[in-house]
Structures are given as structure tokens and as C-alpha cells.
Design a protein around this ligand. Structure first.
Ligand code: FUC
Length: 833
């Protein structure tokens, strides 16, 4: 298993690197003199701690969509948690019950007759996954597998007898660099870390204010399934994870240290540095997961590691850093959100101190901007082209058995991870999601045949990188059959935001086959003869039937029907745009007309089930019956006011509690209802400080000191969903009427009174900048990337000008929607009188 890494940069000293190192040291000092910010003062782009991390929820995340690290910043012994996004146990398996479809009719008949108990019992017996499924969320050693940490990197300082002073630890979200500084024995030490997108490498640079003062040893470790050994003058970790039957995925990681001054030697499984002036740690990792075809093995991970290290050493550290900052900035700087005004009191506070202060509702206008910037930072760091999508923890995990296997849950979670991508200018970073969806089609066709004897493809609730599409192992949660169709929304939305027809044409078969599946399995319910799905769930919620039966197996849950309407609707639209399948689209349109509609119940809310049944848990975290309000947009205050009112009532009945992601979803719901104050209230709920050590009820969501969202436990969807929610408060552009709505849900809160946004994306490829004062939209600019019809809702007495400054339209005494033909590449500005 362990071959030599060959000529590592250490075994054959790379003179260029040392030459570059000198240039780097000079350049770097300059660069940092320029960029150095006062601690706590860049309060919208800096996460700041005054002490080392005591848990990973206090550590600072770095990542490049493949590699990830959590920097603890301890000046005695720093623990850096290591990750690689494809480090999954398990493997490709057949979890379909081949003959499950023989029981489909019987289950459906029970449901039609109202015998839900019998339906659910039969479903649990014959219609769940074959084998262990997710392993009850503990799938590490079953074929489903589990995302897991790669282990730890330690930096152990030799002299820890004297206490350290003046400690600061920051994560700069613009540069994607983590920096720790402290003083010991009169020497100032600085440790800076980055994970480069172009270099696929982590670089940690350690400097001291005096020469010869760096003495430390560094090592890597993993608790299981790996060995660490020295090769040349570096360390290599190699290992293999179980696939549920035998040995599965292979992985490797490499660590090298380049020192300036002093002495370097290998001591057992550690690299020791004595009396150096400066040193650089380079770390990288790889697995043999094959992103192009997960049924096959990919490149040899040891070779990839070796190549990455060799490539990194060809560049000077300054070049590496510059390339990193440039690549990261090319994503981060596309979109910014500022709230004007700063609270001077927060200038010196650490992030956890600010969280506590913000929970008391004290002013901190930069805090929502920080949260927003952090959400975008996390997506850029955990989702890059040609890699896997961000999972339940993005790519940051310290566990070997991550909660819920750190997988891809498709009844809200993975979709929420990507809600922010399109509006905040990161649509290209949804590429891993699009590929992932396409990768589900083939196994999903097999699952569709096995369970439903239907054409097309289906994926249920849980998915892993090994193409799992079967139902889960539990009837009560695992048979929602619209997981795959919900995922398809992201393909359509990418088209809507970019108008990229080539993209649509490429992914059209994915949409079409998901629509084909759903249209084939619908049955007629007896009362109204509406078409409904069966059997399915309304994600993880329990109904109480009039006869007292409490169950989850149902026909026609509202969310399923909304998803059917949505996917049929955009598949028909896609067929038209691509000039294809007109007969098919016509038939689909007829089926769409017959789907069970949204229904308002006796309590004035939107029914979650086909019948107006009570919920066993009225404040359940999932609010799936409002899928039609968000992310789908069939319920709007202007298009369907009655349903919008019922949605408002639903939210009131559900309450403002829930897990982290549940609160994040509610920000989006309230923003779509145009209620900025309630959206802000939910944001405040979402950022309720959570102590990592406390054993909270897992349904009491909030935010950890490092701003990671607490389900609890840590689950990243709340960060992404919260950021998307802020974006919805700032601007909306529904696809139904193609109107850009600026500040549709601005809270009447002093912090939000004045602000600006740059680079928000609207559907139909428009980029919008705008500014508001005293809670009134003042001015802005719309750049038409593709050109075409543009519709924008503007307040009274606002004029719209073309690029030459000619007035092309204006609103008079009231707010209006202005329409104009935008030329490709042109900008249009608006200004209120
Ligand atoms: C969904 C949620 C849970 C959790 C899990 C990963 O099933 O209902 O709260 O977030 O995904």
C-alpha cells in the first residue's frame, strides 16, 4: 500500500524554492503591512477570537472545495482538523428491493381506502431499502458509508513554559486566510494559513519577530484505517476505508516543512524544526474517488499528493499566496452587502462576544453583513467546480462517524446549501451539485423500476457519493419520493439566472426523466379525482388521522404536489425553449392541471396533507407545505394573496423555533411574504449563541462561536440558508413574472436603515447594484449580461436611464414596474428624484 513518494522537494533540495522563499519573505512583509487590519475592526469580513479554540466550533474553517481544515490556533500545541471532501467510507451498492413494485398497488389501495396504518406496515416490510440503508444515520461501516475526517495535523511548540500574551486569531473572509499571533518571551509569533484553490494545497507560514526563535515539531495522525510514515524529509499518511464488505476508498496525505534558518530533521513520525527564522508547512491530500465515474477508481492518491507538493514547491510562497487571494477574490468580490453605520462598541469585541451582544438586540449593523459574507465564504470554500457538493457539514468534520453520515439529505438540506449560490453570484459553484444530480439518474432509473415499475428516475431522501437512490430504511422518513425532483429545481434555476441554453440542453434529460417518473406514478385520489403521489411522506412529519392513527405514510402530501407542479412546469418550459418534445410537453401540461391543489384548512393555514389532518408535532421543524412559497414561487403576496395569507398563518402556527436550518428556512419564508421585520426576528433566532459544550436539545437551533450553524450539532445548511434569507430580504426576482423587486423585505430596524448592495443576481442574467437611505431605495444600476426584456419594480418618482444617460422610463406618483429592452452588456441606472 505504501509506495515511496520518490524525490520529494526535501530529498532533492529545491534551490528555486529557497531563492523564492527569500523574495517571498520580503514581499510578504510588504503585503501584510498593507493589509493588516486592526483586530475586530473589519467587522464585516473578519471572524475574530481572543483565545485558542477549545472545540472545533471555535476553530477557523479554510477550504478549497476539496481540502478543508479547521485551525485551532493554540500556541502550545495547535490542532488542525483535516478534511478531504471525497473521504467517504462505503461504496456502490444495490440497495433496491428488486420486487418491491409488486407491493406498490396494495400500498396505494390501502391509502386510497384510508387504511394508512396497513399501508405503512406493508411499506415498512416490503418497500424500504434492502440492507442497512443509512445504518440509522451511523453508516460508517455499512455499504452506505459516511463522510469522515482525514485526521489531525499538530504543531507542537518546544518552549511552552512561559505563558503566551497578546493573543489574537482572525479569519479574513476576503483573503481566505487564518492568522494567529501571540507573544512569548518578548518574541512576536505569527501563523498564517490558507488553502489554495489553484494550488490544491494548504500552506501554513510561521514567522517570528526575532531570528532563530522557531522550534517546534509537526505531525499528522488519524485514529483508524491509516498509517503515517516518513518519506524523505516529509510525512505521508496512507489508508483505506471500509466499504461495508471489504476495503474501499484509498486516501493519502502529505506534509512537508520548508525552513529558513535553523535545523530540520525527522524524529520518528514527526518533523522537528529547531531555531528557525521562519518555516512553511505544506499539506495536501487526495483519495481515489473518481468524480467522473464513481463506480470506478480514480487516480492513485499518493501520486496526486506527490504531484501537488512538487507543484507547490515550484512556486514561491508569495506566488502561491497571491494566486490564492486572486482566485478566492474572483468569487468573493462579485457580490457585497453593506449596512452603513458602525457600532464603535463592537470594534474590539471578538466574534463570540458580538454574538452574545447581538442576542441582546444591541446595535451591530456589520453583524448581518458578517454572517452573509461568512455564508458566501463557506460556499466558495466547500464547493468548487469538478468536485463533490458541500455536504451536511460543508467539508468540515472532526468526526469519524459524522452526524447523519455527513451525507446529502434531499428533503431540504443539500438544496438549502445551494440556495445562496445563484442570487449571490456563485452560480458557477453549483456545478458540483448539478453533476451530482446527473450522477443519480442511472441508479435512480433502476430504483424507479424496482419500486414503482416506472420510467424515468427517482431519488428519495438520502444520497451519498456512491449513487444511492433507494428509499431510506425507515417508513416514517425514508420514502419521500420527490427528493430527486426537488434537486432538479437547481438545474432549472441555474438556467433562469444565466439563460445559458447550452447548460439547459445538457441537463434537459435529467429534468425530463425526473418529470417522466412522477407523471407515471401518479394515482387518482377517490374524493376529487385529483392526481397524487403515493406512497410518500411530508418530510419527517406525523399526521393524526380522525381515527387517531398517527403515521407518516401518505398520498398526495402538499409538498409533493407543489414539486410536481414545479417540475412539470419548468420541464414544459424547457422543452419549448429547446424546441423539443412538444407532444410530451402537451401531455404533461394536461397531467399538471389535474394535480391536487394547495388547500386551506379549517384553521386558516395551508394543509400539509391531502386532508385537513392535525400534526402530531404542530411546531415541527420542517414546514414542507410552504415549499410553494419558498423555494418554489407559486404562492406570492401579489399573485395568490389568499394562499399567501394562509402561508402566513401556517408560519404563525409553526412558530419561530426549530433547528438551525429550520429557522434559516423561515427567514426565506418571511422575506417572500414581504415581512422584513419577521425575517429579521428569525435571523436573530438563527444567531442565538450556542455553547459547543452544552448538551442542548437538538431542535434548538442557533450559532456556535465560530459562526457555524448549530442544528445542533453543527450542520452547515443553516449558514447557507441564512445567507440566502438575507439575499431574499434584499432582492427578489421571481421567474413567474420576471420582475426584479429591490428591498422587498427591508426590516424597520435602525441597523438596516442605510445600506448598499453590489452584484446581486436576478433571474434572466441581470446584475443589480443598489443603495438605500432612510429605508428608501435611492439609486442603482442594472447590468444586462445577456440582454432582453427587463422588468424592475421601482418606487415613486424614480427615473431610469440608459448607458448614455438618456431617460428611458420613469415612475410618477406611485411605485410601478418599469419594463424595457436591455441591450446585451449594457448598464441601466435608476435614481429617485
Ligand atoms: C433532515 C432533518 C434533520 C436533519 C437531517 C440531516 O432529515 O429533518 O433535522 O437536519 O436532515
Amino acid at each position: 500500500m505504501c509506495r515511496s513518494l520518490g524525490n520529494t522537494p526535501e530529498t532533492k533540495p529545491n534551490m528555486k524554492f529557497y531563492r523564492n522563499f527569500f523574495l517571498y519573505a520580503i514581499g510578504h512583509t510588504f503585503l501584510f503591512a498593507m493589509s493588516h487590519s486592526v483586530y475586530g475592526q473589519s467587522s464585516d469580513i473578519q471572524v475574530y477570537f481572543k483565545k485558542p479554540a477549545a472545540s472545533f466550533q471555535e476553530a477557523l474553517p479554510l477550504g478549497n472545495g476539496r481540502l478543508g481544515a479547521l485551525i485551532g490556533g493554540n500556541p502550545n500545541k495547535d490542532r488542525i482538523t483535516l478534511n478531504e471532501i471525497s473521504l467517504w467510507s462505503g461504496g456502490v451498492q444495490d440497495a433496491d428491493h428488486e420486487n418491491a413494485h409488486q407491493y406498490l398497488k396494495a400500498i396505494q389501495d390501502y391509502l386510497v381506502k384510508g387504511q394508512n396504518k396497513e399501508a405503512q406496515e406493508l411499506l415498512q416490510k416490503q418497500f424500504v431499502a434492502k440492507g442497512a440503508g443509512s445504518g440509522s444515520g451511523n453508516g460508517q461501516n455499512v455499504p452506505y458509508g459516511c463522510y469522515q475526517t482525514m485526521g489531525d495535523l499538530f504543531i507542537s511548540w518546544k518552549d511552552t513554559t512561559t505563558a503566551y500574551l497578546d493573543y489574537h486569531r482572525t479569519l479574513n473572509l476576503e483573503k481566505a486566510m487564518a492568522r494567529t499571533t501571540w507573544k512569548r518571551n518578548g518574541v512576536t509569533y505569527t501563523q498564517e494559513a490558507l488553502i489554495s484553490i489553484p494550488g490544491n494545497i494548504m500552506m501554513i507560514r510561521i514567522t517570528a519577530s526575532q531570528k532563530g526563535k522557531i522550534s517546534l515539531s509537526t505531525s499528522m495522525s488519524r485514529k483508524e484505517n491509516a498509517i503515517v510514515e516518513s518519506r524523505g524529509q516529509g510525512l505521508v499518511m496512507t489508508g483505506q476505508l471500509p466499504n461495508g464488505k471489504a476495503a474501499g476508498l484509498r486516501f493519502a496525505a502529505g506534509l512537508q516543512v520548508l525552513n529558513k534558518g535553523g535545523k530540520k530533521s525527522i524524529k520518528g513520525k514527526e518533523i522537528e524544526i529547531l531555531n528557525a527564522d521562519e518555516c512553511i508547512l505544506l499539506w495536501t491530500a487526495a483519495t481515489d474517488y473518481n468524480i467522473a465515474d464513481y463506480t470506478k477508481r480514480g487516480a492513485d492518491p499518493e501520486q496526486v499528493v506527490k504531484n501537488n507538493l512538487l507543484e507547490a514547491a515550484k512556486q514561491s510562497p508569495l506566488q502561491l499566496e497571491k494566486a490564492h487571494v486572486k482566485a478566492f477574490g474572483s468569487f468573493f468580490n462579485r457580490n457585497r452587502f453593506y449596512l452603513k453605520g458602525a457600532s464603535t462598541e463592537v470594534a474590539t469585541l471578538s466574534t463570540p462576544e458580538r454574538l452574545i451582544r447581538y442576542a441582546k438586540q444591541l446595535p451591530d449593523p456589520q453583524f448581518p453583513a458578517l454572517y452573509y459574507n461568512f455564508g458566501r465564504y463557506l460556499l466558495i470554500s466547500s464547493s468548487q467546480r469538478g468536485s463533490l457538493p458541500a455536504n451536511l457539514q460543508g467539508l468540515w468534520a472532526e468526526e469519524y462517524q459524522t452526524p447523519w453520515n455527513g451525507d446529502y439529505h434531499m428533503n431540504i438540506n443539500i438544496q438549502m446549501n445551494y440556495w445562496l449560490a445563484e442570487p449571490t453570484g456563485l452560480g458557477d459553484l453549483a456545478d458540483p451539485l448539478h453533476r451530482f444530480i446527473a450522477g443519480l439518474v442511472k441508479p435512480g432509473m433502476k430504483t424507479a423500476k424496482a419500486y414503482y415499475n416506472a420510467p424515468g428516475w427517482v431519488a428519495h431522501v438520502i444520497a451519498n457519493p456512491w449513487g444511492y437512490t433507494s428509499p431510506g430504511e425507515g417508513a416514517e422518513w425514508g420514502s419521500t419520493l420527490t427528493g430527486g425532483a426537488w434537486m432538479c429545481e437547481h438545474i432549472w434555476e441555474h438556467y433562469k439566472f444565466t439563460n445559458d441554453k447550452a447548460f439547459l440542453a445538457k441537463y434537459y434529460p435529467v429534468l425530463k426523466e425526473a418529470a417522466n417518473f412522477l407523471s407515471a406514478i401518479l394515482i387518482e385520489e377517490p374524493e376529487h379525482k385529483w392526481l397524487v403521489t403515493a406512497p410518500s411522506n411530508s418530510p419527517e412529519n406525523t399526521y393524526i388521522m380522525p381515527n387517531g392513527f398517527k403515521g407518516q405514510t401518505a398520498m398526495g402530501p402538499t409538498m409533493d404536489m407543489q414539486i410536481c407542479r414545479e417540475i412539470f412546469g419548468y420541464s414544459i418550459a424547457a422543452a419549448k425553449i429547446l424546441n423539443k418534445d412538444q407532444d410530451w410537453a402537451g401531455k404533461l401540461s394536461n397531467i399538471r392541471e389535474r394535480l391536487a391543489p394547495n388547500q386551506i384548512g379549517a384553521a386558516g393555514d395551508i394543509n400539509e396533507w391531502l386532508n385537513d389532518w392535525k400534526d402530531a408535532e404542530p411546531q415541527h421543524r420542517h414546514t414542507s407545505q410552504l415549499y410553494g412559497l419558498h423555494p418554489y414561487e407559486e404562492i406570492t403576496p401579489w399573485g395568490s394573496p389568499e394562499l399567501a395569507n394562509a402561508a402566513r398563518e401556517t408560519l404563525k402556527q409553526r412558530g419561530d423555533g426549530g433547528t438551525g436550518w429550520s429557522k434559516a428556512w423561515k427567514i426565506n419564508f418571511w422575506a417572500r411574504l414581504g415581512d422584513g421585520d419577521h425575517a429579521l426576528k428569525l435571523f436573530q433566532q438563527l444567531v442565538t449563541p450556542v455553547d459547543p459544550m452544552s448538551k442542548l436539545n437538538m431542535h434548538t437551533g442557533g450559532t456556535y462561536p465560530n459562526l457555524f450553524c448549530a442544528h445542533p450539532p453543527f450542520q452547515i445548511d443553516g449558514n447557507f440558508g441564512g445567507t440566502a434569507g438575507i439575499a431574499e430580504m434584499l432582492m427578489q426576482s421571481h421567474g413567474q413574472d420576471n420582475v426584479i423587486r429591490i428591498l422587498p423585505a427591508l426590516p424597520a430596524n435602525a441597523d438596516w436603515k442605510d445600506g448598499s448592495v453590489k452584484g446581486m443576481r436576478a433571474r434572466n442574467a441581470f446584475v443589480v447594484d443598489f443603495e438605500w437611505q432612510n429605508a428608501q431605495l435611492k439609486s442603482g444600476k442594472i447590468l444586462a449580461l445577456n440582454g432582453g426584456d427587463c422588468r424592475v419594480a421601482l418606487p415613486e418618482n424614480t427615473q431610469l436611464k440608459d448607458q448614455q444617460g438618456k431617460i428611458i422610463a420613469r415612475t410618477k406618483g406611485k411605485a410601478e414596474v418599469l419594463s424595457f429592452k436591455a441591450a446585451k452588456g449594457s448598464s441601466y441606472s435608476f435614481q429617485r428624484d
